[in-house]
Ligand binder design. Structure first.
Ligand code: T4K
Length: 378
């Protein structure tokens, strides 16, 4: 008997292989493999149109884009950020010699809580780096008001926020810069990839130079740049992906709706991003497993795993509890009660366009009726 494939938290949507062949033939024929070739240019233009932004710079991955965004705005000193994210958010600060200052999150949307930012500002603070976690927009107005008041820059880690709009406009236009990830696990992917959205041509030019070692022309280098360029193969795959991204969003929404309906009123389970509430790209489907549910979060995670369902605890542990951060004053758990609770309760369920209905039903059935003996609970 063949073993059933595990159901992962996500699976990339792949177009038929033969649809990629013409792109590869084009690359083989013109022999431009990287360094801003024709597919790279075309993807930048098409993404600007698709996302409703003016300037975009493609990167080899989202982490290099975060590192470069900080360099582009010459951020130094301390930056206020969330502990409830993927480690790349804070690592990008540390790699730039910047001290992350962790501030707690909002209990409903799990994004940086604007009400807690001001008390963390010191004379060394130069910027705020919030995350649109799971694609849920931050309270961008409140964050901008604080930034304006204290003359701080705002760089959004928008790794999860591809295609998210608020009041008819892209949330990627908020703040000074927004950074996207196009990793294989994301709503829109280029295998590996990322981008920075900037507000004007001058900033884009600086970013484009920084991602190409600081080169201006053959003999002029104006900054200590890095190699952050996206290759032609990745850009070509992005162009192909873009054609199917709207249909993928519709399919994701359908999955999110089924979970939302199934768990409505289920004691102890909270859907963090229920379908139908606010702007969304359904990039993740996090639930909080709280008191009132017969199993603790880790026991539910393990139960699903026994059934070959690989849900993920994004974002546990908190970034602030990793060894390179936990000695920092702002990393103390008492400073981060909401984030600590969310990290202990969160479980991201499988969501992707190709998730079969009967597989999703199996996940739902297990959560609705985990069939635990009293001794096995918690
Ligand atoms: N900021 C935020 C807020 C982020 O979430 C991220 C990345 C970044 C910045 C940095 O952006 P990048 O530099 O990555 O562009 C994954 C991703 O590697 C990472 O991109 C993502 N966030 C993070 C939330 O998740 P892992 O270590 O959990 O991924 P992994 O390999 O365990 O994949 C999860 C599941 O996806 C697997 O169980 C199977 C499936 N999968 C994965 C890959 C790579 C596939 O089916 N195919 C694949 O090719 O970090």
């Amino acid at each position: 008997m063949s073993k059933r494939q595990p159901i992962y938290v996500t699976q990339p949507e792949l177009p038929p292989l033969e649809e990629f062949t013409p792109y590869l033939e084009q690359i083989w024929s013109n022999r431009l493999l990287t360094n801003g070739g024709p597919f790279h240019q075309q993807l930048e233009q098409e993404l600007c149109r698709h996302l409703g932004v003016e300037y975009i710079s493609l990167f080899a991955n989202g982490t290099l884009a975060l590192l470069t965004a900080l360099q582009a705005l010459r951020i130094t000193g301390e930056v206020i950020t969330t502990p409830y994210s993927f480690v790349a958010t804070s690592h990008s600060l540390l790699w730039n010699g910047i001290t992350p200052v962790f501030v707690d999150i909002d209990p409903v949307n799990l994004n940086l809580d604007p009400a807690k930012i001001e008390s963390a500002i010191t004379p060394r603070t130069t910027a705020i780096m919030p995350v649109h976690c799971y694609g849920e927009p931050c309270d961008t107005r409140a964050i901008q008001a604080i930034a304006d008041n204290y003359n701080l820059k705002v760089i959004y880690d928008a790794a999860h926020a591809f295609g998210v709009e608020q009041d008819g406009a892209s949330i990627l236009n908020c703040g000074d810069l927004s950074v996207l990830s196009f990793h294989a696990t994301k709503v829109f992917n280029t295998f590996e990839g990322g981008a920075i959205v900037s507000p004007d041509a001058r900033t884009k030019q600086r970013i484009d130079r920084l991602k190409n070692f600081g080169f201006v022309d053959e003999t002029t280098v104006v900054a200590a740049g890095i190699n952050g360029k996206m290759s032609e193969i990745n850009a070509a795959f992005g162009l192909l992906q873009l054609k199917g991204v709207e249909a993928a969003m519709v399919a994701r929404r359908k999955v999110a709706c089924r979970y939302t309906e199934a768990f409505e009123g289920l004691a102890g389970i909270t859907c963090v991003r229920p379908a139908g509430r606010g702007p969304a790209n359904h990039s993740y489907f996090p639930i909080l497993v709280g008191p009132g549910y017969p199993l603790g979060r880790d026991a539910l995670h393990a139960l699903l795993k026994e059934h070959d369902i690989v849900a993920r605890r994004y974002f546990y542990p908190l970034i602030s509890s990793f060894p390179m951060y936990r000695g920092m004053l702002s990393a103390a758990a008492e400073n981060l009660p909401v984030a600590s609770r969310a990290a202990d309760q969160v479980l991201c369920l499988p969501i992707y366009p190709g998730l079969a209905e009967d597989d999703q039903q199996r996940i739902i059935d297990l959560i609705l009726d985990p069939q635990v003996s009293p001794a096995g609970a918690r």
